[in-house]
Design a protein around this ligand. Structure first.
Ligand SMILES: Nc1nc2c(ncn2[C@@H]2O[C@H](COP(=O)(O)OP(=O)(O)O)[C@@H](O)[C@H]2O)c(=O)[nH]1
Ligand SMILES: [Mg+2]
Length: 684
């Protein structure tokens, strides 16, 4: 069995590789092939039959896409591996980041399409930022007409680390029938369902092979003076030495090896497995990279939580250090089962050791992202983990059945436990419950899960914008409230002055009563009456940035009461406010949009097209070739901004935003908003 890379010194403990890359590049298919080739499954599933190991959940099957990370453990040549099939969609990026933070290496699966190379830029940036060793698997080579050379140039354009091509394809017509390994300089022909055949190196590939090999050696020499000297003196280093350079540079994330194949036909998959086996660092190196503190006790990082409708809760974790036994106490919980997973299939284990990826049963207090030790929370020992993404999209959510309202908040909390990039918020102005997340599919999957896992059907709508209103001019007003009904009546009389205040002042109440014309004890009731009113001003919205001064009034010894003054104040406001030039206020957000600079001009047009104002743009710090466009944009234009931004930028554009100020809105749009508000209130 010619492996070419056998050096006998590679790490042999349980290792873990995350399979990542854009949506539809073939990650789930690659996982299937890895499991088939290593014998973990007996036959290949298909998306059509809905039996792919990586897409076992109902939400994934319904959408024919991975919506959560799927761990699958197997062994290859006596060594233990767990592969984490990650979702490619940017809306499930949190899931993918969490998985990457526990893996020893990532396999980035890409399609050989020049124009789509850009789609892996954010992923490669994340990998480099965290120095996560990664290799690229160029998939679908069975169906491509793209030249490898051309595609490598495009990929190199979005990778900060040098790429090193490890194989040269052997073509017959347009089809690829095998490859030359440029380190071992051996040629192989693919054989369906079996290991490739060793064949003589085709003559016509000799020079291309030499060229690629030379390129690889030159890149390695950039990190090693001795190798550089050898190359300058035309000394060819032994293969073992080249492999040693490849492994150490991969471990340090200094180079990115590139392999070719077709997962659907298992082409190149054994070659990939061998590279993983020989070149990927083990848990000791990974723990060191992450900054895990040395020690003997167990230390686990939970990278995924799964609430199963009938089988209870599972916490997926990687052992960064030490050992655990079933029933032991870990974090704040007692372990109720340790399982090795192959998709949805579980095998119970009595214990697990450093490097393994396991599912832990019934860890009720444990959440995604927790670091667990033998003595409670071990966050301080476990080193780096992925940050939580901020939301870019939201929907208002209500339980379809009124009786479910209480259950809803508990179930939402469980969903957030599973996926920290989801959020829940009560919007005080509009009284809406908002579900926040990374995009429409992300939230629709959450809604599906509420139904399938918690039997909780909900309806969603576009959230209302919390418009406000204010006044442009002030006025003085006198109001008298007088009722004579049977016994003693009600009486209150007040003079108030209303004044506009600068933006951001809110509401200010004061009094300048002299001589007790309104007795002290009634003054708070006047303020309450004004407060009641300001929840719904003349235009129908919460009123801000104005002052009310109580200046004079009258009272009656018997008929005056707190209630009478409160009512009178409301009356005064209702009569006076429409005369103060009411005007609508629209929330404006400060928005930062990050895109590759090829899109900067288009993004500026997008901002102005959505009534925004571009404040400027600058290079995004630490992101070569990316810009950060800052703008002020109305909140009402942000709802689906992410949708348009992604469709404009092959999915890679992102933004962050924060409330900045309120701004007057007049004209047709304002009239429409006020009309809609009045209609909605009339319908209540
Ligand atoms: N031609 C070809 N198609 C493939 C190959 N691997 C996967 N596909 C197809 O690509 C599509 C997406 O595959 P999938 O594994 O679900 O992609 P994922 O989104 O990256 O997990 C499916 O229709 C697969 O059949 C391959 O090697 N060659
Ligand atoms: Mg998938």
């Amino acid at each position: 069995m010619p492996t070419g890379t056998q050096n006998g010194r590679h790490p042999a403990g349980p290792r873990c590789a995350a399979i990542v890359g854009p949506y539809l590049s073939g990650k789930t298919t690659l996982l299937e092939s890895l499991l088939l080739v290593t014998g973990a499954i007996a036959r290949r599933g298909t998306a059509k039959e809905g039996n792919l190991v990586g897409d076992g959940s109902a939400e994934a099957r319904a959408r024919k896409m991975s919506v959560q990370v799927t761990p699958a453990s197997t062994s290859f040549l006596g060594e233990s591996w767990t592969f984490l099939d990650c979702p490619g969609s940017i809306e499930f990026w949190q899931e993918t980041m969490n998985a990457l933070m526990v893996a020893d290496a990532a396999v980035v699966v890409v399609e050989p399409v020049v124009d789509r190379a850009m789609t892996v830029a954010p992923l490669l940036h994340f990998l480099d930022e965290h120095a996560i060793p990664h290799m690229i698997f160029v998939n679908k080579m069975d169906e491509t007409e793209t030249r490898v050379r051309e595609f490598m140039d495009a990929l190199q354009g979005v990778s900060e680390r040098p790429l090193v091509l490890r194989q040269v394809p052997i073509r017959r017509g347009e089809a690829i029938e095998g490859y030359v390994d440029v380190v071992s300089e051996r040629a192989y022909r693919y054989k369906p369902g079996q290991e490739s055949d060793l064949i003589p190196l085709p003559d016509e590939l000799q020079s291309r092979e030499k060229e690629v090999r030379q390129g690889l050696l030159e890149k390695l020499a950039d990190f090693d003076d001795k190798l550089l000297e050898q190359l300058l003196e035309d000394v060819v280093p032994p293969k073992e030495e080249i492999y040693r350079h490849l492994s150490s540079n991969l471990a340090e994330d200094r180079i990115v090896p590139v392999f070719l194949g077709a997962a659907e036909r298992d082409h190149g998959v054994r070659r990939l497995l061998k590279a993983l086996r020989h070149e990927v660092p083990d848990i000791a190196a990974t723990a060191n990279r992450l900054g895990v503190k040395p020690g003997d006790g167990p230390l686990l990082r939970v990278f995924k939580t799964l609430h199963q409708p009938h089988a209870g809760k599972l916490s997926f974790a990687r052992l960064l250090r030490g050992k655990v036994k079933d029933n032991a106490t870990l974090g704040q919980d007692r372990i109720g089962g340790i399982y090795r997973m192959v998709g949805e299939q579980q095998t119970k284990l009595g214990e697990a050791a450093a490097g393994e990826v396991v599912a832990l049963g019934r860890m009720e207090h444990t959440r995604t992202g927790h670091a667990l030790g033998a003595n409670g929370d071990a966050g301080g020992e476990a080193g780096a983990f992925a940050a939580v993404l901020t939301p870019v999209y939201s929907l208002a959510i209500v339980a379809e059945k009124r009786a479910d309202e209480v259950k809803l908040s508990g179930s939402l909390a469980k969903l957030v436990e599973e996926d920290p990039s989801l959020g829940v918020e009560l919007q005080h102005d509009t009284h809406e419950h908002l579900l926040l997340g990374q995009g429409d599919i992300h939230l629709q999957v959450a809604v599906d899960r509420l139904k399938s896992k918690f039997n909780l059907p909900v309806a969603t709508t576009r959230p209302q914008v919390p418009y406000k209103e204010t006044i442009r001019n002030g006025t003085k007003h006198h109001a008298r409230y007088k009722r004579q009904t049977g016994g003693h009546g009600q009486f209150a009389d007040i003079h108030i002055e209303i004044k506009p205040l600068p933006r951001g002042s809110g509401f200010v109440f004061s009094e300048s009563i002299v001589g007790g014309s309104v007795p002290r004890n009634f003054i708070p009731s006047v303020e309450i009456g004004v407060q009641d009113y300001l929840k719904r001003g003349p235009l129908g919205f919460h009123v801000v940035d104005f002052a009310v001064d109580l200046q004079d009034g009258q009272y009656h010894d018997v008929d005056s009461s707190d209630m009478a003054f409160r009512t009178c104040a409301g009356m005064a406001m209702r009569e006076a406010m429409p005369k103060c030039g009411p005007v609508l206020l629209e929330p404006i957000f400060q928005v930062e949009i990050a895109v590759p600079n090829a899109y900067t001009a288009r993004v500026q047009r997008l901002v102005t097209g959505r009534r925004g104002q571009v404040l400027g743009f600058d290079a995004k710090p630490g992101w070569a070739g990316w810009d950060l466009v800052s703008a002020h944009m109305p909140q009402s234009e942000l709802h689906d901004l992410i949708v348009e931004l992604r469709s404009l930028t092959l999915g890679v554009g992102t933004f962050t935003c924060a409330f900045d100020h309120l701004q007057e809105l007049v004209g047709r749009l304002a009239d429409q908003i006020v009309q809609a508000r009045n209609a909605a209130q009339a319908a209540q």
